[in-house]
Design a protein around this ligand. Structure first.
Ligand code: ATP
Length: 902
């Protein structure tokens, strides 16, 4: 655009410039204002920032204090949560109680409903009968009216004659009619009463239905709670499993410790044996040495005595010799004298002889020359000479005699001297020999002393090696360790038992298992939950039942035993356990209990005994000593029979004593007086007992089963265990019962004796049902004594023990009615809670109170058979032996819960 040129709106460039300059001015003003505002804003922002900082700080402080408060609150909340959890737990327990109560109530109401329904049906039936009677009466009245009319007509025909009779008949008929009318009215009143009762029953029914609905509502609520509880229960189960794991670890640890302990024990015993050997050697040597020293001393004393006596002998001999020498010298002197005398005598003799010669010569000379010279002198001389001669001769004789005596004495003395000399020489020789032997003994003693010194040195060295200075300390340490280990093992075993018992408790004290025998066709099916069965058959209302476990047709004997083995274990732990099989004849009761001879087909009895023996062997390693004894009793026609009795014949084993069943005091064993109790030491022995009992059992053919058992058989295993170290004792019992078939008389075609048997069987089975009914209803009186069977099983059924029932069923269509009856019975048992406070009880006692096993069953009788029988005092004790007093039971859960399944 050029200057002066105008735009369409009439503006020129100058005006545009002016406008623009005004605009610029305006903009500048605005900018200045904006700047001023911005500054204000910035200042304000800074101020705000400061304020905000202050506020943030204050907020931070506040939040910190709030956090602290919150933390405190959180802690409180946690505490409260814990309290709430505890409260929840207790509430759960009380809910469980309530649930149980409601369940009980519900079942009671159901029963009541059933009762009222049955009463209503009865009342209806009565009303129907009353109506029938009324109709009959009306008919009668009509008939009578007709009759009366007929008679009236007839009487009208003969009116004149029969007016009076007619009048009478009429009156009688009227009276009869009146009576009938009265009857009719009564009947109507009864019918009305029945109707009113029906109305009342209906109203009661409706109120009960309402109550039932309420209860069902509550039940639903409680079931919802139960679901929560189940979750908790599952959690508990998991915990329990974890505990089991811990238990397994403890067991593993304890077994490891045990093996360590055994190693240590072995080493210790090895060392102790070595030491003992050495000590024995040393003691032997010391004894030998001592004996040798004693012998030596004795020898020494003996030899000294001998030496002394020899010395005394020697002295004596010397004295004697001296005496003899003296005597000899005296004798020699006497001999010299005697010789001198002899010489003198000889000289005198010689002189006398010479003189004699001289005189003889002189005489001869005188005779020759002087024959006559003084003969008398010669004669005198001669006489004198002969006198002298005689004297001399006497002297000679005396001297000779003396000489002889002297010679004899000399010879005697010489021989005695010789003897004494030889004896002295012998004594000297023996003394020398003794001295030699003494020297030898001394030498031997010196050798032995050296050996002893050597052995002592060796022992010292050994003691040094072993550190035997601390031997007693080491032994005491080992003993302490052993005691600790034993306590740990015992504790582990106790824990195991408690856990096991809790597990069994959780599953219920009375349990019911259903077993379906194999069959070609079946109207019974197992539901997929594994605990329910359904019966679908023609003429039978389609119904299903739930139990603790269901074994289908394919289940093996091993499968069945696996499920019951924990109960068997309980018997070993000191509980009274009862397993029985119930069902119609031929449903497999005996098969379940006894089974076949083949290993795979063995039933519960042989398997249970085998397991118990196995466990006993294991427990022996932990210091437990068990004693097992078995009885086998049959209940036949309400009479007891001992199936193990040695006797034969029709009445073999029959127990006639009506009070033969005894229950030990304070939950002791049940025994049958007079029944044999055989020791059980091996599985083979037990199998032998079962075989013996099976042979004795009354087996008769019926139309339904070729080998139908006509009696109940009860295998009773008495278990007594004792722990050496702790002195604890357990007294358990296992009763395995094979019931007789629950048959219907018309189906089994029984008659005569068979009919009597069937009646007896049915009676005892219904007594069993009554007992369960009474237990379920918690009535103060339970009719145990109504049958021998229930009386025998009383301690197990009454809640003190643990009971398991097998309901055996035959799934064929032909047996559908019996199957339904069996299942109904079993369902009733399954609904039963024994109600024993504290659940089943263990039976334990102190060692001192344990009945001596050797005397168990040894009653007054002296024979072996009598000793095997149970005592009449009611317990398997010998006279003078105290009955056991049970210890307080092991800790148990306060309430025995029976879970509802399905
Ligand atoms: N689970 C099973 N498996 C194989 N065979 C079976 C089974 N149950 C029962 N049996 C067979 O059925 C037959 C009858 O069984 P069993 O004798 O055990 O019946 P029961 O109930 O004891 O009869 P009863 O009351 O008359 O004595 C037997 O031959 C047995 O071997």
């Amino acid at each position: 655009m050029q200057l002066g040129q105008r735009t369409k709106d009439g503006a020129t460039a100058e005006s545009r410039i002016q406008e623009l300059a005004a605009l610029v001015k305006l903009l500048r003003r605005c900018l200045n204002q904006l700047m001023a505002r911005t500054r204000t804003f910035i200042d304000n922002g800074i101020k705000f920032e400061k304020e905000a900082g202050q506020q943030v700080e204050s907020v931070q402080l506040a939040s910190e204090s709030a956090t602290k408060a919150l933390e405190a609150e959180l802690a409180n909340a946690k505490r409260e949560t814990a309290q709430a959890a505890a409260a929840h737990k207790s509430a759960a327990a009380s809910w469980q109680g309530e649930l149980d109560y409601h369940k009980g109530e519900a079942s009671r109401i159901r029963r009541e409903l059933e009762r009222i329904e049955s009463e209503r049906d009865r009342a209806r039936e009565e009303a129907r009968r009353a109506e029938q009677a009324r109709q009959e009466l009306e008919g009668n009245v009509k008939g009578l009216k007709k009759e009366t009319g007929q008679q009236l007509r007839e009487l009208q025909m003969n009116r004149g004659e029969a007016m009076r009779a007619l009048q009478d008949a009429r009156e009688a008929a009227e009276r009869r009619e009146q009576l009938l009318q009265e009857d009719l009215q009564k009947m109507q009143v009864r019918a009305e009463y029945a109707e009113s009762r029906i109305v009342v029953a209906d109203s009661e029914l409706s109120s009960l239905r309402k109550a039932l609905q309420e209860q069902e509502g509550k039940l639903r609520e409680t079931e919802a709670k139960l679901t929560t509880l189940r979750d908790e229960h599952n959690q508990l189960k998991l915990d329990f499993k974890a505990q089991l794991g811990v238990h397994a670890e403890v067991v593993a640890e304890s077994s490891r410790i045990l093996s360590d302990y055994e190693d240590l024990q072995e080493r210790c015993s090895q060392m102790v044996t070595d030491l003992e050997d050495r000590q024995t050697q040393l003691a032997g040597t010391a004894q030998q040495l001592q004996a040798a020293q004693q012998g030596q001393q004795a020898d020494h004393a003996r030899w000294e005595g001998r030496y002394n006596s020899l010395q005394a002998d020697r002295n004596l001999l010397a004295e004697r010799e001296a005496g003899l020498q003296e005597e000899k010298a005296q004798l020699k002197a006497a001999l010299g004298n005697a010789l001198e005398q002899k010489a003198e005598v000889e000289e005198a003799l010689h002189r006398a002889l010479h003189e004699q010669h001289h005189l003889q010569h002189e005489s001869v000379m005188r005779r020759l020359g002087c024959a006559c010279l003084a003969p008398w002198r010669t004669e005198e001389r001669l006489q004198c000479c002969s006198c002298k001669k005689l004297v001399k001769a006497a002297v000679v004789v005396g001297a000779t005699t003396m000489m002889d005596v002297l010679k004899g004495t000399e010879a005697r003395l010489i021989s005695e001297a010789e003897r004494l000399t030889s004896s002295l020489e012998a004594s000297q020789r023996s003394l020398a020999a003794e001295q030699e032997s003494k020297a030898a003994i001394c030498q031997e003693a010196a050798i032995k002393a050296a050996r002893l010194a050597h052995l002592e040195g060796e022992m010292e060295a050994l003691q040094g090696v072993m550190g035997v200075g601390d031997q007693s300390e080491m032994v005491s340490q080992l003993v302490t360790r052993v005691a600790k280990l034993e306590t740990a093992v015992a504790e582990a075993e106790l824990t195991r038992r408690q856990l096991h018992n809790q597990l069994v408790e959780i599953r219920g004290n009375i349990r019911v298992f259903c077993r379906i025998r194999p069959a070609a066709s079946s109207v019974v099916s197992c539901l997929p939950d594994g605990v329910s069965v359904r019966l679908e058959a023609e003429g039978v209302k389609d119904s299903s039942f739930t139990f603790d476990h269901v074994f289908d047709q394919q289940s093996s004997q091993a499968d069945v035993f696996q499920q019951v083995s924990e109960l068997v274990q309980s018997a070993l732990d000191g509980y009274k356990v009862c397993l029985f099989s119930y069902g119609q004849t031929g449903a497999g009761k005996t098969h379940t209990m006894q089974g076949t001879r083949a290993a795979a087909g063995q039933g519960i009895i042989p398997r249970a005994v085998g397991k118990i023996l196995e466990c006993v062997a294991k427990l022996q390693e932990q210091g437990w000593q068990y004693e097992l004894q078995a009885s086998f009793i049959e209940v036949y026609n309400e009479t007891l029979r001992d199936l193990l009795a040695d006797t034969k014949g029709r009445d073999a084993g029959r127990i006639t004593d009506q009070n033969a069943i005894k229950h030990g005091a304070a939950g002791g064993h049940t025994i049958v007086v007079g029944a044999v109790r055989e020791p059980v030491e091996s599985a083979e022995g037990a199998a032998g007992l079962v075989k013996r009992a099976a042979a004795a059992r009354a087996v008769e053919a019926t139309a339904m089963n070729a080998v139908s058992s006509r009696s109940h058989s009860v295998f009773m295993l008495y278990i007594t265990g004792k722990h050496e170290a702790t002195g604890a004792c357990v007294h358990g019992a296992l009763n395995l019962v094979d019931l007789a078939g629950s048959e219907r008389l018309n189906r089994s075609e029984a008659s005569g004796q068979r009919q009597k048997e069937a009646c007896s069987i049915n009676k005892s089975l219904s007594s069993l049902g009554d007992v369960f009914q009474a237990l379920s209803a918690k009535t103060p009186h339970v009719p145990y004594r109504n049958s021998k069977l229930t009386h025998l099983l009383q301690p197990c059924l009454g809640g003190d023990g643990k009971t398991l029932m097998f309901v055996n069923i035959n799934p064929e269509a032909a047996s559908a009615n019996e199957t339904l009856c069996s299942l109904r019975f079993a369902a009733k048992v399954n609904a039963c809670e024994t109600g024993a406070r504290g659940g089943a009880k263990r039976h334990t006692s102190q060692a001192a109170e344990l009945p001596s096993s050797s005397s168990a069953g040894a009653s007054a009788g002296s024979t072996a058979q009598a000793n095997r029988r149970q005592s009449l005092s009611g317990a398997p004790l010998g006279p003078g032996i105290k009955r056991k007093a049970p210890l307080p039971p092991a800790p148990m859960p306060q309430r025995s819960l029976k879970p509802r399944i399905g």
